[in-house]
Design a protein around this ligand. Structure first.
Ligand code: HEC
Length: 409
């Protein structure tokens, strides 16, 4: 079974990579490095597929055999996460595109697994199980940035996969890039009104992840429309999400009505992202209004496309700014500091510019939001230092009469 999983998908991946390759010729550096990134990914797939079914029992795990299996797979995952961490300064296999998001997510991915592994080793097994169950979100976040990369048809999975709850099965399929299979499972979860009633938040996640596949991986408004139609058919539509449904539907209809355009230059992509952001801002009645989910999924996709193709381009900072706003909404201010990573990259990329100052405002607002509780706002000292450094970099020097980059033009 093990061999089947690896060989079936490896063989397919060569085909898929060839078929999905960007039109431009990639440098020989990435061409020769690619197999090693793919190979690490195949190993991650194997370890994740082995691990996930061991975590699903809601009852405390007591079998020494299962515990040993969980520990071994987690240690394996941690090692792999470390080798693909692009942000730690050590040599890593080279991913197939240059989107800095891969470095951000690889760092978060390693941090999360280390955290889970530490809990495991200090005896907090049930807590560790909870953290490990959501690890697939990182795989999915990296893989669903755009429509690039392989999309495997169903390949054989370890026998234990069958016992996974439907949502986790869907997530495992998405994590291992079997997107059609994942979409089917997500749609099953979405149409299950008993599940929607009992697990509103998880149901909402399934909807978001299904939209992500439809919008960014498949770029298919018809698929997105099928999802929203399934949502509308539920009796009742989960109250937490009900108010967003008409706006989702309208955004998808507008997308369907647009002529399909291919944006190839950086300027075209930037103009498209701006157009979508203007529409999203107009649609939102309050900050983090999820009515604009579809628009922000599209905005994030264009931002990733800019960053993958033009990571040093004239609009890279704006792309970071757009991505930060998209993930502020799509990531729901969970534990992940992903939006802050985009805002910081924006500031450091083009210090003392208008966009840097906008990124700083968002960054600061997020930090204040994250550290404000009933006792007021208390920001840790090291973060305060970082904030003040970023503020210095973000501040425009125009008004003080000092020269900066901008005054040359
Ligand atoms: C830091 C980002 C990142 C994380 C985290 C990540 N991947 Fe990947 N993965 C990629 C990239 C980039 C590719 C290449 C395709 C693409 O551009 O999306 C890829 C490709 C793959 C492939 C196809 C490999 C092939 O045959 O070419 C598989 C399978 C895969 N990943 C599984 C996983 C699993 C399972 C996890 C989580 C346990 C995971 N990946 C986590 C970025 C990531």
């Amino acid at each position: 079974m093990k061999n089947l999983l690896v060989s079936a998908s490896c063989a397919l991946s060569l085909v898929c990579f060839a078929a999905d390759k960007p039109v431009e010729k990639s440098g020989d550096k990435s061409a020769s490095a690619k197999p090693s990134w793919s190979q690490k990914m195949q190993e991650l797939s194997q370890a994740m597929s082995d691990l996930l079914p061991e975590l699903t029992s809601q009852k405390p795990t007591t079998s020494p055999k299962t515990i040993a299996k969980i520990k071994a797979a987690t240690a394996k995952l941690q090692g792999l996460a470390h080798t693909i961490n692009l942000a730690d300064g050590k040599p890593s296999p080279t991913p197939p595109d240059e989107d800095p998001s891969i470095a951000f997510l690889s760092a978060l991915f390693e941090r999360e697994i280390k955290h889970a592994n530490a809990s495991l080793n200090s005896g907090n097994l049930e807590y560790a199980k909870g953290s490990l169950r959501v690890i697939t979100n990182y795989c999915i976040a990296c893989h669903t940035r755009t429509d690039q990369g392989p999309n495997f048809p169903a390949f054989p999975m370890p026998a234990n996969t069958a016992k996974l709850p439907r949502l986790e099965k869907a997530q495992l399929y998405a994590a291992t890039r079997q997107f059609d299979r994942a979409a089917k499972e997500f749609e099953g979860v979405i149409s299950d009104s008993a599940y929607a009633k009992k697990n509103q938040l998880d149901w909402g996640r399934a909807v978001r992840q299904a939209f992500t596949i439809a919008v960014r991986v498949k770029k298919d408004p018809n698929l997105a429309m099928d999802i929203v139609n399934k949502v509308e058919k539920l009796r009742p539509v989960p109250p937490l999400f009900k108010e967003y449904v008409p706006a989702w539907k309208e955004s998808i209809q507008q997308w369907k009505d647009e002529k399909t355009k291919d944006f190839t230059t950086e300027a075209e992509m930037y103009a498209e992202a701006q157009r979508l952001l203007a529409a999203a801002t107009k649609l939102q009645k309050y900050p983090l209004d999820h009515s604009a989910d579809i628009l922000f999924l599209r905005i994030s996709m264009v931002s990733h496309a800019i960053l993958a193709k033009y990571p040093k381009g004239a609009h890279a900072s704006e792309a970071f700014y757009f991505a930060g706003q998209a993930y502020d909404l799509l990531d729901d201010h969970l534990a992940s500091p992903l939006p802050e990573m985009y805002y910081e990259a924006c500031i450091r990329n083009t210090p003392h510019t208008e966009v840097a100052s906008q990124c700083y405002k968002k960054y600061e607002a997020n930090v204040n939001f994250g550290y404000t509780g009933s006792g007021g706002t208390s920001i840790p000292e090291d973060l305060k230092e970082l904030l003040s450094e970023l503020k210095g970099l973000a501040t425009s020097t125009d008004k003080s009469g000092k020269t900066d980059k901008k005054t040359e033009s």
